[in-house]
Design a protein around this ligand. Structure first.
Ligand code: ZN
Length: 249
């Protein structure tokens, strides 16, 4: 599942492709919005918040979420699409580019002046210009009994983290994902490290996991074999955790 860094990079690509340009094509392939056509409107901004992406044009805002398999591509005129056409959910074209959102988990057309209402519940955005570390720590510790591996995935606490970065952040801070938040002395360090790697992955180069997806391989720090377990609030909500049983307590 794409995380905040992927959405941040997609927003940057779309901003370069569309911002300041007039839409010549607008195709929303969602029944509810199928008649909406913003051709002739100028794209003013492309912004993201957590894992949510907004393309603002005229008085409307296209709100999208990649969810499990969504991806944005930008094509030159006449260029062949690299995904099947039937998976396209939103197509926004200008004279010189076409941006196509494939398999998007969510597509909505909102009133531009109220578009951020749909992200009002989110916690501080790890990649946002208004990143608020103190508020993030306050939210994370609101339930001290909650395991950190669940607390950091809740977008109401921190916006932008998914399964890769929760595992990586815990490993960097040497904290076991099952440890209750209230018992973690270096929670600030865990948040800082997670913010640092997510930000690097968004702005510099795509993060190469140290524990995520590396079950049975050696821990990069102590060479102990990395363990994989399933963990979640209930049997239907379990997701994988990767950790070093030696250096994460
Ligand atoms: Zn280790």
């Amino acid at each position: 599942m794409p995380e905040g860094d992927t959405v941040f990079r997609a927003a940057a690509r779309l901003r370069t492709a569309l911002a300041g340009k007039t839409l010549t094509c607008c195709d929303v392939r969602v029944p509810r919005y199928a008649t909406i056509d913003l051709s002739g409107e100028r794209v003013d901004e492309v912004v993201c918040r957590g894992k949510h992406l907004f393309v603002r044009a005229g008085r409307a805002s296209f709100h999208t979420h990649l969810k499990m398999e969504g991806v944005w591509h930008v094509y030159a005129p006449g260029e062949r699409w690299r995904r099947p056409g039937f998976t396209a959910r939103l197509i926004l074209g200008t004279e010189d580019v076409t941006a196509v959102g494939f398999s998007l988990g969510k597509v909505e057309v909102l009133a531009r002046d109220r578009d951020f209402d749909v992200v009002a519940h989110l916690g501080p955005d790890l990649l946002g210009p208004d990143w608020d570390r103190a508020e993030a720590l306050r939210r994370l510790t609101a339930d001290p009994d909650l395991p950190i591996g669940l607390a950091v995935l809740d977008q109401r606490n921190l916006a932008g983290i998914g399964n890769i970065f929760r595992n990586e952040g815990c490993w960097l801070a040497r904290v076991h994902p099952r440890r209750p938040v209230g018992e973690i002395a270096n929670l600030g360090e865990l948040v800082d490290e997670t913010q640092r790697i997510l930000s690097d992955s968004a702005r510099v180069r795509v993060h190469k996991p140290m524990v995520y997806g590396r079950a049975k391989m050696p821990c990069p720090r102590c060479r102990t074999t990395i363990r994989l377990e399933m963990f979640g609030e209930g049997p239907t909500r379990e997701r994988s955790i990767y950790f070093c049983p030696r250096c994460q307590e």
